[in-house]
Design a protein around this ligand. Structure first.
Ligand code: FO1
Length: 311
């Protein structure tokens, strides 16, 4: 089966782990969000690409949902001693990834090629594509001005009011090599349970992506990151409100209109099924909160087993 997943970070990582637990890894192509990318201490950090890479390599820290398991932060401490900013926690071994990526980018290697090499070195098995080789940066407007996504999410702990969100550079950026093809040629495209505004939104803002999703002959399904009126994790609720979307599976469906055909929602949200049908989206009920590997695999099976007739 040719399987393409559009992915943010932590929520996506769980479903992707489930997918490779039940299907051969080589079948999976992941299109990763790079709107969260940041320059920290002069290094190019791609948090969502790294979260997905580490998860599929079996190296993700399970508790935090980002960074490497068994990580230490001694360089961070030393940087603090030197007076550097330390609100973004770069781990000692994680730093190797950023050093490797930054050096390659400075030598002119595109992000997609660096990402492929990191996947190969870490024995990921699946293909991970950055959404674009060009810089696209998600920015959040607060009452005090614009913040980068990491300033909003990590430094301010998502505790500031969000007035607007933009994807700087998206309109002029091309999808990375293989991205549009992987959508057009997939038998199943799954939008992971990621933040619709800041994880999936930047991917959808690239020229050609929404058209490819609308035109693909494969099945297109999403898994809701919202359960019972709140995000499973992170600030998706606040960001959806800022975008004028209801904080519910209905808001997720609205964000993915008009190409979304099937949305996997939590059983507790069964009351939303008629409203989703009214939007032209068939809802499939499942246990979508993935608290252990069994639930990751079980949800992956639900997604893989979606019948074409259910679209
Ligand atoms: N998230 C945090 O909440 N605090 C951190 O200090 C932090 C550091 C960090 C370092 C590397 C990395 O790849 C991810 C990191 N994240 C951290 C996660 C990241 O901010 C978010 O998960 C994504 O950008 C949202 O998907």
């Amino acid at each position: 089966m040719r399987l393409t997943a559009i992915a943010g970070g932590t929520g996506a990582a769980k479903l992707l782990r489930g997918l490779v637990a039940v299907r051969p890894r080589h079948e999976l192509t992941v299109i990763g969000n790079t709107g969260d990318d940041a320059e920290i201490w002069g290094l190019h950090v791609s948090p969502d690409l790294d979260t997905v890479t580490y998860a599929l390599a079996g190296r993700l820290d399970a508790g935090r949902g980002w960074g490497l398991a068994g990580e230490t932060f001694r360089c961070l401490e030393a940087m603090g001693d030197l007076g550097a900013e330390t609100w973004f926690n770069l781990g000692d071994r994680d730093l190797a990834t950023h050093l490797y990526r930054t050096r390659a980018l400075r030598e002119g290697v595109p992000l997609s090629a660096v990402t492929a090499e990191l996947c190969r070195r870490l024995s990921v098995g699946a293909r991970i594509l950055p959404m674009s080789d060009a810089p696209v940066r998600t920015r959040v407007r607060t009452p005090d001005g614009w913040l980068s996504f990491q300033e909003y999410f990590v430094r301010e702990k998502a505790q500031v009011q969000v007035l607007d969100v933009e994807y700087a550079g998206a309109a002029a950026a091309s999808p990375a090599p293989g991205v549009l093809e992987s959508i057009r040629e997939a038998e199943l495209v799954v939008v992971c349970p990621s933040n619709p505004v800041t994880s999936v939104g930047p991917v959808l803002a690239l020229p050609g992506i929404a058209d490819a999703l609308a035109a693909t002959r494969g099945r297109v399904a999403a898994v809701s990151p919202i359960v019972g009126g709140a995000a499973v994790s992170g600030p998706a609720g606040e960001l959806m409100r800022a975008r004028g979307l209801p904080v519910s599976a209905v808001g997720v469906a609205a964000a993915y209109a008009p190409w979304l055909r099937t949305l996997v929602i939590d059983r507790r949200d069964a009351a939303l099924v008629p409203e989703l049908a009214h939007l032209g989206v068939r809802a499939v009920l499942a246990d979508i909160v993935m608290t252990d590997p069994e639930r990751e695999s079980a949800l992956a099976r639900v997604v893989l087993d979606l019948q074409p007739s259910l679209e």
